[in-house]
Design a binder for this molecule. Sequence first.
Ligand SMILES: [Zn+2]
Length: 490
Amino acid sequence: MKLLDTFVAKVIESSDYTKDDIFYLTNRILALVGEDNAQQETAQTELIALKDELVDLAVANGKVGELAEEKDCLGAELMNFMTPIPSQVNKNFWETYAQSPQKAISEFYDLSKRNDYIKVAAIAKNIAFTTPSDYGDMEITINLSKPEKDPKAIAAAKLAKASSYPKCQLCMENEGYQGRINHPARANHRIIRMDLADEKWGFQYSPYAYFNEHCIVLNTQHVPMVISQDTFAQLLDIVDIFPGYFAGSNSDLPIVGGSILTHNHYQGGRHVFPMEMAELTQQFTFKDFPDVTAGIVNWPMSVIRLRGENKSRLVQLAEVIRLAWRDYSDVQVDVLAYTDDTPHHTVTPIARKRNGLFELDIVLRDNHTSKEHPDGVYHPHADVQHIKKENIGLIEVMGLAILPPRLKDELVEVEKYVLNQYNEMADYHKDWADAIKADHPGANQETVSEIVKQAVGQTFVRVLEDAGVYKGDEQGQAAFMRFVESVGVE
Ligand SMILES: [Zn+2]
């Protein structure tokens, strides 16, 4: 089989192009990859694999640089041929949606995978396992999907001209963007337009998904993250529009927020997180809201769960709780709403629909710092930062750890240390590794990997407990109820 012919045939098979477009497609692709050896023999039959060969050919022909970022730009451009234009993707989506929401969603998800926008092969490299805990089974992922930056790419990015277009990776202007050394290739990127609580928003999938059908919902304007009454309304609208999806928002303050605070966005997907399965430990009814079931969730972080039939009633109550929390301090348990004029309190909200009822989980957050905990009183403390020192954002809050790629190699060294073998374990793992050794004196070659994994899982539980404003002990839970009562219960 000839490489270019096979790719063109596959594009035609996967798109609205027809046989009459063969010359046109062939020539447009030759312009991108160069004419030398374009019809070399190939054993590949899949579009993405054929695309990869064409990109390598373009590098050999001097049509594109050899850095991964440069190759990605051409790769996305090649996959753009089989991707309908944005207006057509939107028309298809909403026409199908009117017949079957499920079908519209799965077709768009499928397109986002087939056109190589979602990096399926890279995501498969992640290491994932679960750990039992007092709160249910936690999910742990060591994130290996994002390729490590080549030092040459880092150097090239430093030399690249500064650009503020698109303003960030979550801006609508990314749709179709060519990409460059310091901004991802988006020629094959498509965004679904939709209305949420009377505002226009965009819907897309995450290229490096952390869980099934991981999506991002974007404000169409480059405006900062802000949690307000609209947030609750919009999250509940998302779970109404996308049956089976949850939707949540990172909070809007540093330390307790996500990595991008500059562009308002939500995340969602089709995945049942450990937090969703956690039961209520206390139940109560908030004053004036007899129609909403409320309670505290058995979870290392401080979560109030609201459940009811009526979206707008949940929105109203969530806003009452958010405003109460914003100004609430409790010195007995180191809960601090303000330092001078700087606010410390916000929430991480998560919405879902279960058994016909709407649910909102309101996770209380406090980002104040102290002498003892300069990174944040409710941030992973120093003794667990060897595993996780990044912010505890929405996904982690729900019980799915996203751990840094460095751990893949570091944990192998920890295993050798536990087995008293020669190792190059980093010093910052020593106390932890000594504790593992003491707990598992009989660890051997067969069992050590699982022992270390489970210890990572237990450390993640500690990380979440650090991030929890109200601790699980009697004093903490009594303080939690003081806050609930200050909001007003019947
Ligand atoms: Zn933006």
